[in-house]
Design a protein around this ligand. Structure first.
Ligand SMILES: NC(=O)C1=CN([C@@H]2O[C@H](COP(=O)(O)OP(=O)(O)OC[C@H]3O[C@@H](n4cnc5c(N)ncnc54)[C@H](OP(=O)(O)O)[C@@H]3O)[C@@H](O)[C@H]2O)C=CC1
Ligand SMILES: N[C@@H](CCO)C(=O)O
Length: 417
């Protein structure tokens, strides 16, 4: 009965007739649970039973469907989910952390007990992207799933750009607004978004969830300089997740990435999320909307509850858990263009030495810009032609070793069209 749970109660109370008409049966709340019983949550709870322990709630005889909106990958959320599934009861959860880590085991438990396990709200809040993948796009070979899946990071990045203020200032602002998770590193470290990508990737490619296989980089190192310089080159920086199937296996990454400013992703402002899915038959589809908040997240929870009330029973990851293959990891094999920012000693031959190192590594320069500067170091931006991320990382060690660059070069990937 936190943010999401209260939203679920509101929808059940406010839209009872509509839900009954759409599902063919009444949907009612039997009982609820939270840590603190006597807290004013702005909704009337007098008609419902109460349990201190969510596991006891899951086991109650008058509970047909258990809605888990406690949070946390383990602890009471997992214990109650397992108790409900073991009793053959359908579970609806918004808990991406739990699914990213225990998704396979929970799907196996659900299927062994004939109970649906649904989690639309776990990825991109109100955007029905799991339904899109498992149902609407079931006839497609999915080739790529990408998008912006953490509203807090998108808020911070767009606010930095619009205000010209550094990361630290906007982080404090997001904190004051209550946007950050209790552990802010889940947001700014890219972990929360990585959980979501791993769930989508498993559904898209028919593999077991492989959160450990997501190459993660947060937004903490994104500087206002990079946001400005990327803007000069026609890009905006987003915390972009990409999962794709390659000949080598499944490649999953969540990292700050440059996207064309005029593209749908480039125009995404504030806390909004966007999920882009590509399939062999459908081509590309783009889903955009609120990725968090009481109403949007409860909307996704209730979509799942309604499906259960209608009798819809789809395996949690879109195909039987036993048929999900362990994901073969393909680490950063896809070539892409890169943005490089260097502080280059402004002296004869310095630029030539950098260009030589890149050239010897087979990395070709697409565009380049050097800015006015008051001191001895010139800000230099380079956009490369597509190259393997591993080749670029090795080349940058060589660039640093030339001795003509101050500090470590900044390298960010540019989204592959
Ligand atoms: N908020 C959002 O916008 C979104 C959230 N989610 C996910 O939804 C889930 C819930 O998030 P949110 O509503 O924001 O979280 P909140 O922290 O607002 O709510 C958590 C609820 O769980 C209760 N709770 C915690 N521990 C226990 C326990 N041991 N026994 C019983 N109840 C307990 C809390 O009780 P009390 O109120 O008494 O403290 C609270 O009511 C999480 O998995 C989150 O990741 C997903 C998408 C968006
Ligand atoms: N912390 C998450 C909440 C929704 O999952 C976000 O900012 O998107």
């Amino acid at each position: 009965m936190g943010t999401v749970g209260t939203g679920v109660i509101r929808i059940v109370q406010d839209s009872a007739d509509l839900l009954a008409a759409r599902t063919g049966r009444p949907i009612a709340i039997s009982a609820v649970s939270a840590r603190t019983r006597n807290k004013d949550r702005g909704v009337d709870l007098t008609a419902y039973g109460w349990e201190d322990d969510p596991v006891a709630l899951a086991k109650r005889g008058d509970v047909d469907v258990f809605v888990e909106v406690v949070g946390g990958s383990d602890g009471p959320a997992k214990a109650a989910t397992e108790a409900a599934l073991a009793a053959g009861k359908p579970v609806v959860t918004a808990n991406k952390a739990m699914l990213a880590i225990h998704g396979q085991a929970l799907a196996e438990l659900a299927e062994a007990n004939g109970a649906p396990l649904r989690f639309e709200a776990a990825v991109a809040g109100g955007i029905p992207c799991i339904k899109a993948l498992t149902e609407g796009l079931a006839g497609n070979n999915i080739t790529r799933v990408s998008g912006v899946m953490n509203g807090t990071c998108n808020y911070i990045l767009t606010r930095m750009e619009n205000s010209g203020l550094p990361y630290e200032d906007i982080f404090k602002e997001a904190d004051a607004l209550g946007y950050l998770e209790a552990d802010p590193n889940l947001d700014v470290g890219g972990i929360d978004a990585g959980h979501k990508l791993a769930i989508l990737s498993a559904i898209a490619f028919g593999t077991q969830v492989d959160f450990e296989g997501v190459q993660l980089q947060g937004i903490q190192e994104v500087s206002i300089d990079d946001i400005r310089r990327a803007g000069d080159m026609g890009y905006r920086i987003k915390l972009l997740g990409e999962a794709r199937r390659t000949d080598a296996g499944i490649e999953q990454s969540m990292r700050p990435t440059l996207v064309p400013a005029t593209s749908p992703l480039g125009q995404l402002e504030g806390g909004t999320n966007m999920v882009v899915i590509e399939g062999d038959a459908v081509g590309q589809i783009v889903l955009r909307g609120a990725g968090a908040g009481e109403g949007p997240t409860a909307s996704a929870v209730m979509g799942d509850v309604a499906d259960i009330a209608r009798g819809l029973h789809i395996p949690p990851f879109g195909q039987p858990a036993a048929s999900l293959a362990p994901a073969t990891r393909a680490a950063a094999v896809t070539e892409c263009a890169h943005y490089l920012r260097l502080a280059l000693r402004d002296e004869p031959g310095a630029l030539a030495r950098v260009a030589t190192v890149l050239g010897q590594a087979g990395i070709s320069i697409d565009r380049m810009r050097q800015y006015d500067h008051p001191g001895t170091d010139a800000p230099v931006l380079i956009v490369t032609h597509p190259c393997a991320p591993a080749a670029l990382a090795a080349a940058l060690e060589g660039v640093t070793a030339t001795g003509v660059v101050s500090g470590a070069p900044v390298a960010l990937q540019i989204q592959t069209p």
